[in-house]
Design a binder for this molecule. Structure first.
Ligand SMILES: Cc1cc2nc3c(=O)[nH]c(=O)nc-3n(C[C@H](O)[C@H](O)[C@H](O)COP(=O)(O)OP(=O)(O)OC[C@H]3O[C@@H](n4cnc5c(N)ncnc54)[C@H](O)[C@@H]3O)c2cc1C
Length: 263
């Protein structure tokens, strides 16, 4: 059984600071990491590999050449193969163009039972790419997976809701998106790190290699365009302390919160 994990290299947004004078984001020196939800997706694929000996895990990413670092880390954790879609034709892609490219890569890999994505990436933050890949490939999808098992050639997934969960069963092939409650990702092994850094461990495919539809790729193939980006202004409000009788203060507080439509 082949499992493909879509994995995005992202800047570690916990490390991004705001320049207090210019009010802009300081990106210099910010490390790149595997997107956290994608780490959970990969861990689950590796867990299935530990359980079922016939499982092969391929990690797939779209990004610049340096995104191979994330893929090598995934190999060091235990993935079997890694593919990087890298081409100038992909630059400036919105979610539609990104999912078009990833779906083309998946079609070239061909034989798969599960495609795993993270729920969302911490930089773009849209949570659109996974469901769009499922649509491109005409596959069923289960998002927000917090528990997973395979039985009788079907996946049975617990899907998180705001105030509960669904248990959903699906035939394979299927696309799943992982959330952090799914598992605790493992660390790479020393031998894994050594092996992952040998030459030719990451296959690089261009847009032509995956026979992608160029009219739906990159900036020109993106239906949305980012016109402006800016750092949100800092909070300027001043605190207010309500004095006096606690009962009256609570009443006053409720009135103030209602006025601001907060309750
Ligand atoms: C006009 C425009 C220009 C842009 N230009 C750039 C740019 O030049 N450079 C840039 O980095 N971003 C650019 N972006 C942002 C880019 O569109 C998003 O980062 C990208 O489409 C993925 O969306 P997301 O980050 O919201 O992923 P989500 O939909 O939140 O991701 C969900 C899951 O999909 C998978 N996934 C998402 N992206 C990838 C990927 N690349 N490889 C493998 N798996 C993936 C992962 O499993 C992830 O957890 C641009 C956006 C727009 C609208």
């Amino acid at each position: 059984m082949n499992i493909i994990v879509c994995l995005k290299q992202v800047p570690d947004t916990n490390e991004v600071k705001i320049d207090p004078v210019r009010g802009t984001l300081i990106r210099e020196g910010v490390p790149s990491i595997i997107n956290p939800d994608d780490r959970n997706a990969l861990e689950e694929a590796l867990r299935l590999k530990d359980e079922h000996k016939d499982v092969k895990v391929t990690v797939l990413s779209m990004g610049p050449p340096q995104a191979d670092v994330a893929l090598r880390e995934a190999l060091a954790m235990g993935a079997d193969e890694a593919v990087l879609l890298s081409d100038r034709a992909f630059a400036g892609s919105d979610t539609w163009a990104t999912s078009t490219a990833l779906a083309a890569g998946i079609k070239k890999i061909e034989d798969y039972s599960i495609i795993f994505c993270g729920r969302q990436a911490i930089d773009g933050d849209t949570a659109q790419v996974g469901p769009q890949i499922a649509e491109h490939l005409n596959l069923p999808q289960i998002t927000y997976v917090e528990e997973l098992k395979i039985e009788d050639n079907k996946v049975i997934a617990k899907r998180a809701l705001e105030d509960g969960h669904f248990v959903i069963e699906s035939n394979m092939p299927v696309l799943l998106t992982a959330i952090k409650e799914l598992n605790e990702p493992r660390y790479p092994s020393i031998k894994g790190i050594y092996d992952a850094h040998r030459d030719n461990k990451v296959k690089i495919w261009s847009a032509k290699d995956v026979d992608a539809d160029f009219s739906n790729l990159g900036l020109d193939g993106s239906p949305t365009q980012v016109n402006k980006s800016f750092t949100p202004p800092g909070r300027s409000g001043v605190g207010e302390i309500l004095q006096g009788n606690p009962k009256e203060s609570v009443r006053e507080l409720i009135v103030k919160l209602r006025e601001k439509h907060l309750i």
